[in-house]
Design a protein around this ligand. Structure first.
Ligand code: SF4
Length: 474
């Protein structure tokens, strides 16, 4: 095993994770394919990354802290051998600390020999599963739910990995898009609600599975289809075979993937992320017209929506903010002082474009409100006459327990404020959010239903274990 790096300071990025897997009919440099796939998924996690390769009944892996090109710099990628199967992971911790020990893929020897697992999502019953496994004499090396999944799969496998996956997944509550690898199989699993995205692709004799279609495009593959909610997709020398977990009546894919997390060039369950974002801008223009001189978007995720707003309203799209492309996506930062600074480091107002103008500024969402407040102040300081903010999602009123790091009511500016109160807090002249129904309308071409829990508490699972925080906050 090769590991690099030490504990990172908490940087407050709030993505989830990305997974990638490849099955090749011939032994070749599959690690490089995974490397480029993970590069395309870097927006989903920047804390750590890793790749595991199956070759000659063995698995070799390398993990490290940092971005994929940092982890695999200095010839580290070349430490991995040629093989038939490989999986990889980029991580932002939603459970467990940000340490090298918690980096994935998890690799271990069990009833099916060497095995590796990489997970995007978050289980809501990890504590109960961990306690029951410890009661059965299991020992844990990490604090992440993915290790619980690996141990449970091993427990039920009895030498048959497919049996182990099918039985263990029946116990998992929460979101999981998994790639599991043994010496001769690659298995992709999507939870029965389809909360996190997972897609199947093909490139000549290689099968590929990835969190987003942009990663399949990046390695020159063709997208075949989405892995279906509840599907256990087994890939081996005979091709693909599908099994299904027990499925609920309604699916619940995370609608925030379209708002913020996914790359705009990805297509999730038949719905283009780019088109969904543009439609959100068009809806804002139709329902909330404002008399203004220019419209602009907070880079990067809201630029498309601002163009949609401009298209419908006829108000010219003008760039108001320049982004430093070398700063990661901020979302929530560890303390107030750092949050204020990180916005200025990340972007700056284009004074000559906005001086004396009545400006509509569009953003994807407001979580803590600190970034929006800073942006409004920055635009006013640069000479904007009026600043009207429009948001491409409803008010975030509830935490997410399904793989996004906003896990307490106290983090959310919208938890106990109205639209008017949030407007006052951020200092804008006006503020408008789209409704849950309008947001669903932006993604109407998706084949799945949606989780909208962070907006209206309509989670696919009961969240009883998490209600203590709500009561404390109230
Ligand atoms: S609660 Fe919100 S962020 Fe979490 S899975 Fe549901 S829609 Fe996505």
């Amino acid at each position: 095993m090769y590991c690099r790096g030490a504990k990172l300071p908490f940087d407050g990025m709030h993505e989830e994770c990305g997974v990638f897997g490849v099955y090749s009919q011939e032994t070749r440099d599959v690690a490089h394919t995974v490397y480029y796939g993970l590069y395309a998924l870097q927006h989903r996690g920047q804390e750590s990354g890793g790749i595991a390769v199956a070759y000659a009944n063995k698995i070799k892996f390398y993990k490290g802290m940092g971005l994929i090109p940092e982890v695999f710099a200095n010839g580290n990628l070349d430490l991995l051998p040629e093989g038939d199967i490989a999986i990889g992971h980029v991580r932002y911790s939603t459970t467990g600390e940000s340490t090298i020990l918690n980096a994935q893929p998890i690799v271990f020897t069990g009833k099916c020999g060497r095995m590796a697992l990489a997970h995007n999502g978050n289980l809501t019953n990890t504590k109960q599963l961990r306690e029951s496994l410890i009661h059965d004499n299991a020992v844990f090396q990490t604090s992440i739910d993915s290790e619980v999944m690996a141990l449970l799969i091993n427990k039920y496998s009895d030498g048959d990995i497919v049996k182990g996956v099918l039985e263990a997944c029946g116990y998992f509550k929460g979101s999981f898009a998994l790639v599991v690898m043994t010496a001769d199989k690659l298995i992709a699993v999507r939870d029965p609600y389809g909360i996190r995205p997972l897609v199947l692709g093909k490139n000549l004799d290689e099968y590929i599975v990835a969190s987003e279609t942009c990663a399949i495009d990046a390695v020159g593959g063709n997208v075949v289809r989405d892995v279906r909610p509840g599907e256990v997709l087994v890939i081996d020398s005979e091709g693909t075979h599908s099994y299904f977990l027990e499925r609920p009546a309604k699916t619940a894919s995370c609608i925030f993937e379209y708002v913020y997390f996914a790359r705009p060039d990805s297509v999730i369950d038949g719905c283009s992320v780019y088109e969904a974002r543009k439609e959100a801008g068009r809806i804002l223009a139709r329902y909330y017209p404002v008399d203004a001189d220019i419209v602009s978007g907070v880079p990067d995720s809201a630029v498309v929506a601002a163009r949609g707003y401009s298209e419908v309203s006829g108000i010219p799209y003008v760039e108001a903010l320049a982004k430093n492309r070398y700063v990661g996506r901020t979302f929530i930062q560890p303390d107030q002082h750092m949050r204020e600074n990180s916005v200025s480091v990340k972007m700056n107002a284009l004074r000559s474009n906005i001086r004396g103008k009545r400006l509509i500024i569009i953003d994807d969402s407001i979580v803590r409100g600190t970034t929006s407040r800073k942006i409004v102040r920055m635009l006013r300081d640069a000479g904007a006459k009026e600043v009207h903010m429009m948001i491409c999602s409803p008010i975030v009123k509830h935490p997410c327990y399904l793989g996004i790091d906003m896990q307490s009511y106290s983090q959310l500016v919208g938890a106990n404020r109205t639209e008017e109160e949030i407007c006052k807090y951020i200092g804008a002249d006006s503020l408008k959010y789209i409704t849950v129904e309008q947001l669903k309308e932006t993604c109407r071409t998706s084949k799945l239903d949606f989780c909208t829990g962070c907006f209206d508490a309509q989670y696919p699972y009961e969240m009883n274990d998490y209600q203590a925080d709500k009561h404390k906050f109230e």
